[in-house]
Design a protein around this ligand. Structure first.
Ligand SMILES: *Cc1c(COP(=O)(O)O)cnc(C)c1O
Length: 388
């Protein structure tokens, strides 16, 4: 018997401690300067984060990922009377953002292998009122953007990418956030690039969209106290921007470690009947190690397996053995009371509903140790060995 370990689903303190000096220096700089909003730290982070995605991009820091989605939609011209095609399996935020922008969500089903929007369902459900597609790169994997863009362009729809779980992810070498008309990022503390509180950003290569987003985050002011459009405020503060700038240099190395841990899970769990492992988009291109141009790189914000019929039973079994798990997400948005009016009820999104019953997130964060993965995987195997 392997001795019992405690393996949490996620743990934030080790990552902060590992670069504690840089974080302390960033915080100290801001405190000494005494400039806390819309200052030089924000400008510097926006520039570096934009440049990470390419010279043509501009970044506008905002207060959260949900605000980035809402402001991104509004900056693209989405508003009352418009429909936005969106998935129902990515939690409430994307749908809440559509409603906050004054538009109406139209739920589309997802492809079971990627958990991301099914382009064929976009084509099926786009009405004449459709104005935009909100595509979520769920769990760290870039959606089928070729298909999404084709379905969108032929109907004149704008495309907003939700990159809250996909900082640094690539499809055939191209980064998440660089495919659509604009992208929204979250820097919620648990994300692959996380602040020490709330934060978010809009990324776009279209100067007029960036300009509108910058107005929308601050009362519509171009000049202080003089509004050009209706808006409240939503700003990424100087402390968070300084911390994010210190962390950004580590993003690729942390994502590479997440891929290493995912590969380790696969090694340990590849032959377990009753368990469905996440698809490995990099492997299907015949590329193992990440980093080379052209590679498809999942960034494993979460490591999500499927457990048909026995998800909750496995979850309880692992909890008894010290292993933290999560369900992302237990109830699809179209089956939650406030959003039911926008959906077709139970049975309207078959893949989404089936996935919600089967998904289970195993421990995943860059500081997780190989032996933690081995222990968690061993307990998963023990569960299935035990039988039903
Ligand atoms: C976290 C998350 C958001 C919301 O980000 P916040 O910063 O918490 O507002 C939006 N979409 C997805 C897919 C997320 O995971």
């Amino acid at each position: 018997m392997t001795p019992r370990r405690e393996v949490p689903l996620n743990s934030l303190a080790p990552g902060v401690q590992a670069i504690r000096e840089d974080i302390d220096a960033a915080v100290d700089r801001v405190l000494r300067r005494g400039w806390f909003l819309l200052g030089p730290e924000l400008a510097a982070f926006e520039q570096t984060f934009a440049a990470y995605h390419g010279a043509e991009f501009r970044c506008v820091g905002v207060g959260s990922g949900t605000d980035a989605l809402r402001i991104g939609l509004q900056a693209l011209g989405v508003g009352p009377g418009d429909e936005v095609l969106a998935p129902a399996n990515a939690g409430v935020p994307p749908v809440a953002a559509v409603v906050a922008a004054g538009a109406r969500p139209v739920f589309c089903d997802v492809e079971p292998a990627s958990h991301c929007l099914d382009p064929a369902d976009i084509e099926r459900r786009a009405s004449s009122r459709a104005r935009a597609v909100l595509v979520v790169h769920l769990y760290g994997q870039v959606a089928d953007m070729g298909g999404v863009l084709e379905a969108s362009r032929t109907r004149g729809l704008s495309v907003l990418e939700d990159c809250a779980q996909a900082h640094g992810a690539r499809h055939r070498g191209q980064l998440a956030g660089t495919w659509g008309d604009a992208a929204a990022f979250s820097f919620y503390p648990t994300k692959n690039l996380g602040a020490l509180g709330d934060g978010g950003a809009v990324l776009t290569a279209q100067p007029e969209v960036a300009d509108r987003a910058a107005l929308l985050r601050n009362y519509g002011w171009r000049q202080q106290y003089l509004s050009e459009l209706h808006s409240t405020n939503s700003r990424l503060d100087e402390l968070q921007a300084a911390v994010l700038a210190a962390k950004l240099g580590h993003l690729d190395e942390w994502n590479a470690r997440r891929r290493e841990l995912a590969a380790l899970y696969r090694e340990h769990l590849s032959d377990v009947p009753g368990l469905v492992l996440p698809s490995d988009p990099g492997a299907s291109e015949g590329q193992s190690a990440g980093g080379q141009p052209g590679a498809t790189e999942h960034v494993h914000h979460l490591f999500v397996v499927r457990v048909p019929g026995r998800r909750d039973e496995l979850r309880a079994f692992l909890a008894e053995r010290g292993i933290g798990t999560g369900v992302h997400y237990p109830a699809p948005a179209h089956l939650q009371a406030p959003y039911a009016e926008f959906g077709g009820g139970p049975g309207s999104l078959p893949h989404t509903e089936q996935l919600a019953r089967e998904v289970l997130s195993l421990p995943m964060y860059p500081e997780l140790r190989d032996e933690d993965v081995a222990y968690a995987a061993e307990q998963v195997r023990a569960f299935f060995r035990r039988g039903a």
